[in-house]
Design a protein. Structure first.
Length: 86
């Protein structure tokens, strides 16, 4: 099963990177994407962070076990578009 790492890009100008040392085994890229969105919701709903003041400028930079970039998931992706509310 593929192994994905969810590295957190954050900070003023999103210049900091918290590297995920463990990662997660997930069946597909789509599952990795869904896992990232679930993690975003958990981080935002959790206790306040001293390192992150604005979660909505953060992204997950997902890499595979070889360190190749798979996708970037902006935290703003959990906010529904106004058009989706109709």
């Amino acid at each position: 099963m593929p192994h994905y790492f969810f590295n957190l890009r954050y900070g003023p100008g999103s210049d900091r990177l918290a590297v995920d040392p463990e990662g997660d085994e997930l069946a597909s890229v789509e599952e990795a994407h869904q896992h990232a969105l679930q993690s975003v919701r958990g981080l935002i709903a959790g206790p306040p962070s001293h390192a992150v003041r604005d979660w909505f400028v953060c992204t997950f930079e997902i890499t595979d076990e070889a360190g190749r970039h798979v996708m970037t998931v902006p935290f703003t992706e959990i906010v529904p578009d106004e058009d989706d509310e109709d």
